[in-house]
Design a protein around this ligand. Structure first.
Ligand code: HEC
Length: 145
């Protein structure tokens, strides 16, 4: 009995800890529907990653975009919003995840949200398309730290 309880506990801890490891297949699986992927991958960020543009993205991430509320001040996805259910907010410092996504796929997420999760659509209600591209420059900067 005790052994079984310990085994369950260990399995639970493993599951809870799983998103921390970069190569989690559930995290890396594409969010963009297959029939849109070819087009979405052609979308490129029109703004270069200058320090000024990244700073503008940072201000939006912590300010009116309120991304930090869920994705954490440091982008690790450990923000503590009561009531977030299901998929955990993405850890932007996960290099495997950064490498798995094109800029177009990230932009698609800001337009549509990630269906079935607490990641909502931000364009156009919260962010303009221009602002979204700036936030994405800041999100990319987490992968370089
Ligand atoms: C209410 C909480 C919440 C807020 C606020 C939030 N996110 Fe998210 N975000 C999530 C969750 C949960 C996921 C994971 C969704 C999934 O696994 O598909 C996610 C995933 C993402 C992803 C990754 C999608 C992928 O392709 O893997 C990006 C990019 C993202 N968020 C950007 C942002 C930006 C930029 C903001 C601010 C403008 C923001 N998020 C605000 C909860 C949030």
């Amino acid at each position: 009995m005790a052994a079984r309880r310990i085994a369950c506990l260990a399995a639970g801890l493993w599951l809870a800890g799983a998103p921390v490891f970069g190569a989690d297949p559930a995290v890396l699986a594409p969010r963009v529907p297959p029939d849109q992927m070819a087009e979405v991958r052609t979308w490129a960020n029109p703004f270069p990653a200058t320090r000024e543009h990244v700073e503008q993205g940072k201000a939006l991430f912590h300010g009116k975009g309120f991304c930090a509320a869920c994705h954490g001040q440091d982008g690790t996805g450990l923000g503590d919003v009561p009531g977030v259910r299901g998929a955990l907010p993405r850890n932007f410092t996960d290099r495997a995840w950064q490498a798995a996504r094109t800029d177009g796929e990230l932009f698609w997420i800001l337009k549509h949200g990630s269906p079935g999760t607490d990641m909502a659509s931000f364009i156009p209600l919260v962010l303009t398309e221009e602002e979204a591209w700036h936030v994405l420059l800041y999100i990319r900067s987490f992968g370089r730290t």
